[in-house]
Design a protein around this ligand. Structure first.
Ligand SMILES: Nc1ncnc2c1ncn2[C@@H]1O[C@H](COP(=O)(O)OS(=O)(=O)O)[C@@H](OP(=O)(O)O)[C@H]1O
Length: 137
């Protein structure tokens, strides 16, 4: 994220207290991050029209800005598409498979057969890829 333009900006909290306040804050933060990613992406490409730039193919110099933008804009477009309700996170050989196998005994639990490795290996494929996994449908 570029420091210029967004430096010192804070996500303004929502009006309500508790969980609603937190959700409001996250929502505002997401908007700021989308704008920052769009601006950064456009600046690196030297474009004048920021909206057009967000549709352009990725260039190597702004790879992570593009990944971030792609993920966030997809989340906004397809906010109601299915994602997992829970994730099992663990180090290699930490026993995560055993945790999964115990949890999936419950009849209300549907779980993936194989690990999607979205966050460590496939993150740059974007949320479109993650959501399109047949296993979530
Ligand atoms: N309850 C309990 N106590 C002790 N050890 C246990 C337990 N559950 C799983 N395991 C051992 O955890 C190893 C597998 O971990 P993971 O499922 O995380 O493996 S993987 O990294 O995803 O491949 C694997 O170890 P190795 O057999 O040495 O590979 C399992 O035997």
């Amino acid at each position: 994220m570029t420091a210029r333009g967004y430096e010192g900006r804070r996500c303004s909290p929502g009006k309500n207290a508790g969980g609603k306040k937190l959700l409001g804050k996250l929502d505002n933060c997401a908007s700021l991050e989308v704008r920052a990613a769009v601006d950064e992406s456009a600046a690196r490409r030297g474009a004048s029209d920021v909206r057009e730039q967000s549709k352009a193919p990725a260039s190597s110099g702004s790879h992570w800005a593009d990944v971030k933008l792609r993920n966030m804009s997809v989340a906004q477009k397809y906010g109601n598409k299915k994602l997992p309700n829970a994730l099992i996170v663990g180090v290699k050989k930490g026993g995560t498979r055993a945790v999964l196998e115990f949890i999936r005994i419950h009849p209300d639990v549907r779980a993936l057969g194989t690990e999607p490795h979205f966050f460590d290996r496939n993150y740059d494929r974007g949320l479109d890829w993650y959501r399109s996994q047949k296993r979530f449908q």
